[in-house]
Every structure is written in C-alpha cells, then in structure tokens.
Design a binder for this molecule. Structure first.
Ligand code: ATP
Length: 235
C-alpha cells in the first residue's frame, strides 16, 4: 500500500526525516514510535503531501506520490488525522464532517459516508448540530477521525490520536481502528508516543530516533521482549 524509500525532509539545517525506508502492506496497521522530535509528524506530513521532501521516493499502491500536493493524495485514497485533530471549533460537528468529503461530487455518496461515520461513533450522531467547541477531547478526536473517514480513504495516517485522552477513550479509539481494518481492509500508519496502546493493535512497530529508523519489528516482539522495550521504547 505504501512504500517509502530513502526519504529525507529538512527544515533548514535540521534533517527531521533522514533516509527513512518503510513499507506498509495493504490492510496492515503500522505503529511509528519515538520520542519528541524524532520526526514522526514530519514523516506523516511528507507522505500526505503537506511538506516537500528533499529527496527519496513515496509510492502508494505503486503510484509515485512523492511530490503530489495534499489535495491529490486525498483524492488518491490517503487521509491524515493531524496532531490535535485539527477540528474547526466554530463549525458544527456535521459541518466538520462534511468538510472531509467536500471534494466528492456525489451527494448520495456523501450522505452515505456520513451515516457510516455516525454508526462508527454514536456520540457524534447525537451532537451533529452542535458546535464542535462543545465536544470533549475524546469526541473531538472521534470527529477528527470521522472527518478523515468521510473521504473513504484506503490509507489512514494518524498523528498521536491518544494525546491528552483518558486511557478508556484511547482504548476505544484503538478498538475502532482495529474494527475498521477488519471490516474494510483499511491500512493504518499510526504515530504514537503511547507505544503500549499503539502496539496493542499494530502488526508492526517502527521506532524513529533523530529522523532515522532505528528498529523495525513485529508489534508483539516489541511488546513482549523486555530488552527491546527498554532499549527503544523506554518502558
Ligand atoms: P513530536 O512528538 O514532538 O510531535 P515528532 O517526532 O513528531 O515530535 P517532528 O515534529 O517531526 O517530530 O520534528 C522533527 C524535528 O524537526 C525536530 O527537531 C523539530 O524541532 C524540527 N521541526 C519540526 N517542524 C519544524 C518546522 N516547521 N521548522 C523547523 N524545524 C521543525
């Protein structure tokens, strides 16, 4: 689904992503882990076309998207849930959701996508006409994910969806991602500092440090191997 080859993204002299190689199979959930400043956000922003890489190549379903702008990668089936969700608090829940499918021409199709998101996140359905500013942190994260799903992506990139959420809400969001994969074959690239909860649903874990991949392993190995956990995840 996604092939990243020798990808480097710089901000002036900072090599935020430095020669990253990463492959994500269709229907897989891959956790990208690492400390603050490791380059996780920059990696997602580069893949989704929000930031131009300095060098390297990104392919999605075999198609080169290295220099595709974000509006084209979305049309190609990729959606990003940015850190903090990026929900527009002045708009209602329904308006935020519709934004995710604005580019889809077919009204019936958009309505169908809205129904699917409401089924997935019942708290959103009850609050469709309320301003997004009235939502709790967990509901805002659901809204951010729901908005991304409105475009019916095949590849979903999430940037720290558990940030600031209670463990129970985090567990629920992880469960939704796992269910979505099972029911639709969605491929997920999940950036998290909360390694334990990300690895609980992931197939593979990739650890970034100073922009470089320092470890790739099956999620189960990263969770159960104490030496690996200590060395790369600090718990
Ligand atoms: P966090 O968990 O804190 O979001 P991260 O792993 O997502 O960290 P990035 O945000 O990608 O890491 O940052 C990687 C490096 O790039 C850091 O050294 C950071 O200071 C730098 N950086 C990120 N964004 C910019 C920017 N817009 N301009 C300059 N440097 C930046």
């Amino acid at each position: 689904m996604l092939e990243i080859e020798d990808l480097t993204t710089t901000y002036g002299p900072v090599r935020a992503v430095d020669g990253v190689n990463l492959t994500v199979a269709p229907g897989a959930i891959t956790a990208v882990l690492g400390a603050n400043g490791a380059g996780k956000t920059t990696l997602l922003r580069t893949v989704s076309g929000l930031v131009r890489p300095r060098s390297g190549r990104i392919r999605m379903q075999g198609k080169d998207i290295t220099r595709s702008p974000a509006e084209l990668t979305v049309r190609g089936g990729l959606a990003l849930v940015p850190e903090g969700g990026g929900v527009i608090t002045e708009l209602t829940v329904a308006e935020n959701l519709r934004l995710g499918a604005l580019w889809r021409g077919d009204r019936a199709d958009r309505a169908h996508a809205l129904r699917e998101v409401c089924e997935l996140f019942p708290p959103l359905e009850q609050r469709l006409s309320r301003p997004a500013s009235t939502l709790s942190g967990g509901e805002r994260q659901m809204l951010a994910i729901g908005r991304a799903l409105m475009s019916r992506p095949r590849l979903l990139l999430l940037d720290e969806p558990s940030l600031g959420l209670a463990p129970m809400i985090t567990a629920r969001i992880m469960q939704v991602l796992r269910d979505l994969r099972a029911s639709t074959g969605l491929t997920v690239l999940l950036v998290e500092q909360n390694a334990r909860s990300a690895l609980s649903i992931a197939d593979d874990g990739v650890v970034l440090s100073l922009g470089q991949v320092v470890m790739t392993a099956p999620a189960e190995a990263l969770l159960t191997d104490e030496a690996l956990r200590h060395a790369y995840l600090g718990f």
